[in-house]
Design a protein. Structure first.
Lengths: 140, 140
C-alpha cells in the first residue's frame, strides 16, 4: 500500500474536524501497519499533522523542544505513513506506519517494552540498536 | 492468558515509576490482545491505574466528568486486562485487553473508525450496536 496524499484543500478541510486541545495538541499513536505492534505515542500540532498528511512522513511536535519533530531526521528511523485515522472525539489520531528500524530512542522497536508483572516491572525486549549509534544525545 | 494481579505492595512500587503529568494523568491506549486492533485512547489517574492493576478490569479517569470511569459500568462493554505495559518515558501505558462488545460510545468496535483519505474523512466501519442500547446518554 502506497500512501496517496490528499490535496492541500482536502487536508485543510479535514483538519477543521480535528479537536486540538487548549495547548494546540492531539495525541498520536503509531502502529506498525502489518504486524499491529503499537510502537509509540507522541503529540502533534496542526502543523505537524498537516505536514504528515502532505508528505507521508510522520512529523510530531516535541513538547520538550517546543518544535516540529520529524521522526527519524537525526536517527534515520523514519516512519512512512500508510494511513491516518481519527477517533470518535476527534482528539487523537492512529497512524498506521512502516517503521524503519526502531521507534524507541532506547534502540528498541517499541517504546512499550516494560510490563507490569506480579513481581514488578519487567523488560520485555532488549535494544536492537545501540542508542549511541542513533544519535549523539537528542531524541528523534 | 489470565491476568494475575500483583500484590498491593508491588503495585504501589510500580506506580512510583510512572510519570503522571501536571494534571495527574497519563495516556492509556487500549489494544485488543489477540487481534492487535487499537480500540481507544483515554486517560488514567494514579487511582485509575491502581484499580485497573488490582482488579484486572480497566478503569479510566473521565476528564469531562472528573471521576473514575469504570469502562463498561453503564454499557456492559467492559475491558478485561491481559497485560499493562509502560513506555520509555513512563508517561503512557498500553493496555492489552479483551474488549467485550464494542469500545466506542458510537457502538463501533474501535474509536478510530475514520480515515484521512484523498477525498476527505471516510468512515471505515458502521456501528455494531445502537448507542441507545448501550446507555441513556452518558459515555462508558
Amino acid at each position: 500500500m502506497t500512501y496517496t496524499a490528499p490535496s492541500t484543500a482536502v487536508i485543510d478541510s479535514m483538519l477543521e474536524a480535528v479537536n486540538f486541545d487548549a495547548s494546540g495538541l492531539i495525541a498520536a499513536i503509531a502502529q506498525q501497519h502489518d504486524t499491529g505492534e503499537v510502537l509509540m505515542i507522541a503529540w502533534m500540532t496542526h502543523d505537524a499533522l498537516r505536514e504528515t498528511l502532505q508528505t507521508g512522513r510522520v512529523c510530531y511536535y516535541s513538547r520538550s523542544r517546543k518544535k516540529l519533530w520529524r521522526k527519524g531526521e537525526t536517527s534515520g528511523q523514519v516512519q512512512h505513513l500508510h494511513e491516518a485515522r481519527l477517533d470518535c472525539d476527534a482528539d487523537a489520531v492512529l497512524l498506521l506506519v512502516n517503521q524503519i528500524g526502531v521507534a524507541c530512542h532506547t534502540g528498541r522497536r517499541s517504546c512499550f517494552y516494560r510490563a507490569f508483572e506480579p513481581d514488578g516491572l519487567v523488560e520485555l525486549t532488549k535494544p536492537e540498536i545501540d542508542p549511541n549509534q542513533l544519535y549523539g544525545h537528542t531524541h528523534s
